[in-house]
Design a binder for this molecule. Structure first.
Ligand code: SAM
Length: 205
């Protein structure tokens, strides 16, 4: 059974999308997209040749020949056409490095492990709007999944920091996390965190 996080990502892929999954690892997501007839045109890449060997074995096990595997760093050397780029399970720094190329497709689905404020700011500046944002809880962890489309969107600092998921459990979690950082912080850090605590409190109501 595929993890809830990956099923949620798959639910954001448009029917018959031409997908590029960067950092595919075991290729679980491409296999799910293919087997559930969401997409037939899928490229799965990874910078690790070892990861891709595992992906190849998984495709063979499932008797899938139509998913193209490429060993490469980010978007380097991808000549194939795609309209949906997926990058999940990496940190924001790595994701931004991958996205820092001239041409990006219309649809981008991102799930970063950290620094979501930086990622939302970057995407907003790149001319992408949040089409949908879903938070998934799995193994005592929250995963924020954002689907972007090309377009302008005015986002307040609150939305850039905490997103548009409106998931109250997630905001409660962020509130408690910020509160424990607040307790250990020095005075100037405490001052900078008060605003976040107030906003998160309001978001949980
Ligand atoms: C934690 S796994 C995530 C796998 C899958 N995307 C998911 O969400 O479950 C991260 C994968 O990204 C790959 N990766 C890291 N940096 C990369 C880069 N610059 N280009 C391509 N793949 C990368 C790693 O080798 C690893 O297989």
């Amino acid at each position: 059974m595929l993890k809830k996080r990956l099923i949620t990502i798959a639910s954001l892929v448009k029917q018959d999308a031409k997908v590029l999954d960067v950092g595919t690892d075991h290729a679980y997501l491409p296999i799910y997209l293919y087997q559930n007839k969401i997409s037939k045109q899928i490229i799965a890449t990874d910078v690790s040749s070892k990861a891709l060997e595992g992906a190849k074995r998984n495709l063979e096990k499932e008797n899938i020949r139509d998913i193209k595997l490429i060993c490469t760093d980010g978007l380097n050397g991808i000549d194939d056409q795609y309209d949906t780029l997926i990058i999940s399970g990496m940190g924001t720094n790595t994701i931004i490095k991958i996205l820092d190329v001239k041409e990006l497709p219309n649809n981008i689905i991102l799930s970063s492990n950290n620094e979501l404020y930086e990622l939302r700011k970057y995407m907003n500046k790149r001319g992408y709007k949040i089409a949908s944002e879903i938070v998934v809880q799995e193994n005592n962890q929250y995963y924020d999944i954002i689907s972007y489309e090309k377009g302008f969107q005015k986002l307040t600092t609150t939305r850039l920091k905490f997103g548009i998921s409106n998931d109250k459990d997630y905001y409660k979690y962020l509130y408690n996390k910020t509160k424990s950082i607040f307790k250990k912080a020095n005075i100037s850090k405490k001052i900078s965190l008060i605003g976040d605590l107030l906003i998160l409190r309001i978001l949980t109501i």
